[in-house]
Design a protein around this ligand. Structure first.
Ligand code: BF8
Length: 670
């Protein structure tokens, strides 16, 4: 058993700390305590266990040892890694597939409650693929787009269509290296086939296909999911929201939606505002229904509707511990089985809704887009009926306002307005050195590391060093809870050059770009920065880094891999799934080296696992500075900018009165 950590060691978030104390008082376990109770397997954790056939599992713990079949450590590590990437790609892409089916049903009038909200985005996306748009109804266009997108999953030959949205040079590179994905499902299936006993046994060859599989996610399934979510529910733009457990309300029926797909949660939002539902809640003695979200479902409805986020991944159990949640409605991904057992100590009803996800002991109300609004109302009535069973509650008094909604379309608009929407000002600011570079900080929480700490540390260091920060997933929620997604809060952490940009444009220190499938938006932004000119002709030349400081899911590995394939340097914090045993470094180094140097030689991007947060920051800044130098841009100089506006005033405020007067008015104080 590992050491039992204090609540402060478990999380930096005060709301979470309060609920962890409550869990201890009530004698209830959480992912935090279970992580303390169970030391991770150091052989499996290092990628050195092979359980792909019945001759094993084989644990390779000695120099030169192989599995029963003769598989070497590098083969085993590569196979384990590609299987994880394939699972992550499958999860994102299956989400995209379901969105495509929903779009098809909406286009044909077969759904209840949905409509095409963003016709402009529909037309823009369709035009990418030469789908005729002039003189046609949105439904006709949507029908063709849905058919095209559905076909990407089962396509057997050729190249998936959305690849044409990558920079041309990158497409050419992928073609030459032979990693253009043929069909989304085909690449995932092939990853499984190649890793069956007796197939692909060359680590580099296995990892070559890992790139292809991940591209089918990033430029395929995930991009499709984001496109269709925007078309059906609206492309995000800034909106006021709130985050943390304090968004739960004592006098209302609290319904927490948790998971990833926006289809049901958007309908629950609509149903919660229905007069019939409000009246039903009031009859039950509540003021109404209070909706909030956990994980990426939270991000989907926060980005578009401003519905509050109750928390990120590690707060799903903590929401139940408040005793104030009538129903937690889950769909797919990142849902802990422990929820049902924990909810048994309170009145909370866990409701599963996806045909793909049932949890023993949970109530299953299956979602069907053809009767979406009816089902959403049924779910809400179930929650309202449960209000009378509520016992003692303890809702932490912690929540922060935030402004999410930074889709690439909005970033384009905000930098140039309606007349000159453009990425030009961003590129110019990077070229001048006012912005040093860009960091995309994404991904999960992991109870093996202090909840939210690494997100917080890395984000603050980036801002301090004039690096523009965009975030998605649980990382964005972590920083939202700390006030970094609001205009003025967090500004004191921002370097002078970047601060001038934030103040001029009127944006928060951290730009929230959405859920994890919305990492495809980051690919689009990088592509638009390339197209704008001045930062090279491909993504690998941009001074940008991707970081997943607290990663834990297989989806994060898929995201990291498609970002590498797209030219980015990606740093994972925490666990290294291909680390090898400490005393076997020379032997098991092959895979690690290939992910870094091998992939960098091929794609200009690389993947590294770095435990120490200071080292994550050092490597990120070094990479950004190297890319700046390669582009012939001036070296970053923190003293060159920030001599105007609020940033200048902030500097002056730090000075003693006499020096301040001298600087401001040219007079000596007494
Ligand atoms: O897809 S960041 S813990 S919620 S996997 Fe899961 Fe990780 Fe959160 Fe969203 Ni992404």
């Amino acid at each position: 058993m590992a050491k039992k950590r204090t609540v402060e060691e478990r999380s930096i978030d005060p709301a979470s700390q309060e609920m962890l104390i409550r869990a201890d008082e009530l004698g209830l376990s959480t992912a935090f305590s279970r992580a303390d109770d169970m030391v991770p397997c150091n052989i499996g954790g290092a990628g050195m266990c092979c359980k792909l056939c019945g001759m094993g599992p084989c644990r390779l713990t000695k120099e030169g040892q192989t599995g029963v079949c003769g598989a070497t450590i590098d083969t085993i590590q590569a196979r384990n890694l590609i299987r994880a990437i394939a699972a992550g790609a499958a999860a994102h892409s299956d989400h995209g597939r379901d969105m495509a089916f929903t779009l098809k049903a909406v286009a044909n009038g077969q759904t209840e409650g949905y409509r095409i909200r963003d016709v402009a985005k529909l037309r823009t996306v369709a035009a990418n693929y030469d789908i005729p748009i002039e003189g046609r109804s949105p439904e006709e266009i949507a029908n063709d787009l849905a058919d095209l997108y559905i076909a990407q999953f089962g396509q057997q030959k050729g190249t998936i269509a959305p690849i044409i949205r990558a920079p041309e040079k990158r497409q050419k590179l992928w073609r030459e290296v032979g990693v253009l994905p043929r069909g989304v499902d085909r690449e995932v299936v092939e990853a499984l086939h190649r890793t069956h006993i007796g197939d692909d046994q060359d680590a580099e060859h296995i990892l070559h296909h890992a790139i292809r599989t991940s591209l089918a996610d990033g430029w395929g399934g995930s991009l499709i999911a984001t496109d269709i979510s925007d078309i059906l529910f609206g492309t995000p733009a800034p909106v006021l929201g709130q985050a943390n457990l304090g968004v739960l309300k004592d006098d209302m029926v609290n319904v927490v939606v948790h998971g990833h797909e926006p289809t049901l949660s958007e309908m629950i939002v609509a149903a919660s505002q229905d007069p019939e539902i409000i009246a039903y809640a009031q009859k039950a003695g509540a003021k109404g229904v209070n909706l909030s979200g956990i994980c990426c479902t939270a991000n989907e409805i926060l980005m578009r509707q401003g519905i509050p986020a109750a928390g990120n991944f590690l707060q799903q159990e903590l929401a139940i511990l408040t005793g104030a949640v009538e129903a937690m409605v889950v769909d797919v991904q990142c849902i802990m089985q422990a929820l049902v057992g924990l909810a048994g100590n309170f009145h909370t009803q866990i409701i599963t809704t996806s045909p793909k996800v049932k949890i023993k002991g949970a109530l299953h109300i299956q979602f069907d887009e053809h009767k979406a609004l009816t089902i959403a109302k049924q779910i809400l009535k179930t929650a309202i009926d449960n209000y009378k069973n509520r016992g003692e509650t303890q809702i932490p008094d912690h929540h922060e306002d935030l402004v999410p909604g930074f889709s690439h379309e909005y970033i384009n608009y905000m930098l140039g307005g309606s007349y000159r929407a453009s990425f030009r000002p961003l590129n110019d600011a990077i070229m001048a050195g006012r912005i040093r570079g860009v960091a995309a900080i994404v991904g999960c929480n992991n109870p093996r590391s202090q909840h939210d700490y690494l997100h917080s540390y890395v984000t603050k260091e980036m801002l301090k060093n004039d690096v523009l920060v965009v975030e998605t997933g649980c990382s964005a929620i972590a920083m939202a809870k700390q006030g970094f997604l609001l205009g003025d809060k967090g500004l004191e952490h921002v370097g002078p050059g970047l601060r001038e940009i934030l103040e001029t444009v009127g944006i928060p220190p951290v730009l929230h770009m959405g859920s994890c499938v919305d990492n495809s938006r980051i690919l689009t932004v990088l592509t638009q920065m390339v197209a704008e000119g001045g930062l090279g002709d491909d993504i690998d030349q941009i001074p940008a880094v991707g970081l997943a400081p607290e990663w834990m899911s297989e989806k994060a590995l898929s995201i990291g891999t498609y970002c590498v394939a797209s030219g980015a340097y990606v740093i994972f914090g925490g666990a290294n799934p291909v680390s090898g045993m400490p005393d076997r470094v020379a032997d098991s180094d092959i895979v690690l080296r290939y992910l870094s140097q091998g992939w960098e030689n091929l794609y200009g991007g690389k993947m590294e696992f770095v435990t120490a947060p200071e080292e994550m920051v050092r490597r990120t800044l070094a990479h950004i500075d190297r890319k700046r130098a390669d582009l012939g841009l001036p070296a970053y100089d923190p003293l060159r900018f920030g001599q105007s506006g609020d940033a200048r005033m902030f500097q002056l405020e730090q000075l003693p009165l006499a020096e301040r007067q001298a600087a401001l008015y040219g007079i000596a104080g007494d």
